[in-house]
Design a protein around this ligand. Structure first.
Ligand SMILES: C[S@@+](CC[C@H](N)C(=O)[O-])C[C@H]1O[C@@H](n2cnc3c(N)ncnc32)[C@H](O)[C@@H]1O
Length: 206
């Protein structure tokens, strides 16, 4: 099974799965690092069922939510039916369905460990940012838990913070900060193995 098929299959349960992995503190930390302001436009890349998008709508931003999975986007449409200021776009990491320099913020939570090339995915997210815009990525630090690849279709076992910092800088971002979030991603394997992995927040300005 590939990653798209996996996420299509878990889309209806994703809200519950996601709540067991991490708390809302992650998105609050991401929004605070970005300094989000009402009325601005944000992209939520690898949006899933809308964990980040929901927080952004609540803060009065306009949102473009992008995901490879039609089923995830369908879940979001159901959940946010009636909400204004959100667009849903089917798209892939390598070619996001958003023009150059179109958004004030790009957020990506627990997304880059699923893409083939995190470095290229970062460049593509930087492309859609307006000059002065902020990219904020929240994801897992490097870890040893193999079952996440086998059972959750992760491609990468987290990241070294120095690599993420370099990728941000090579993509042309300035004021790059890769910092701790006082929160872990928790998950149990089908055999009962328990993973608890620290999460970083990386930010940079275009
Ligand atoms: C672990 S989920 C995270 C969802 C959401 N951001 C959250 O925090 O709940 C990863 C999401 O990224 C999407 N995704 C994975 N690889 C992708 C790719 N190459 N292009 C676009 N979306 C992708 C998946 O379909 C899935 O919805």
């Amino acid at each position: 099974m590939n990653s798209k098929k996996y996420f299509d299959e878990v889309a209806q349960q994703w809200d519950i799965m996601q709540q067991s992995f991490f708390s809302e503190d992650i998105r609050e930390k991401a929004f605070s690092v970005a300094g989000v302001k009402k009325g601005m436009i944000a992209a939520d890349i690898g949006a899933g069922s809308g964990f980040i998008s929901e927080g952004l709508i609540g803060k009065g931003l306009k949102v473009i939510a992008v995901d490879q999975s039609e089923a995830m986007l369908a879940e979001m449409r159901k959940k946010f039916s009636g909400a204004e200021g959100i667009e849903y776009r089917l798209g892939e990491a390598e070619k996001l369905p958003i023009p150059d320099e179109a958004v004030d913020y790009v957020f990506a939570n627990m997304y880059i460990h699923h893409v083939e090339s995190p470095q290229e995915a970062i460049k593509e997210m930087v492309r859609i940012l307006k000059p002065g815009g902020e990219l904020v990525i929240t994801d897992m630090d490097e870890h040893e838990f193999k079952f996440l690849k086998e059972e959750h279709h992760d491609r990468w076992r987290g990241f070294k913070r120095e690599d993420v910092r370099r990728w941000f800088e090579e993509a042309g971002l300035k004021n790059v900060i890769v910092d701790c979030i006082d929160e872990n991603c928790s998950c149990r394997s089908s055999c009962g193995e328990h993973a608890s992995i620290s999460i970083f927040v990386a930010s940079g300005e275009k």
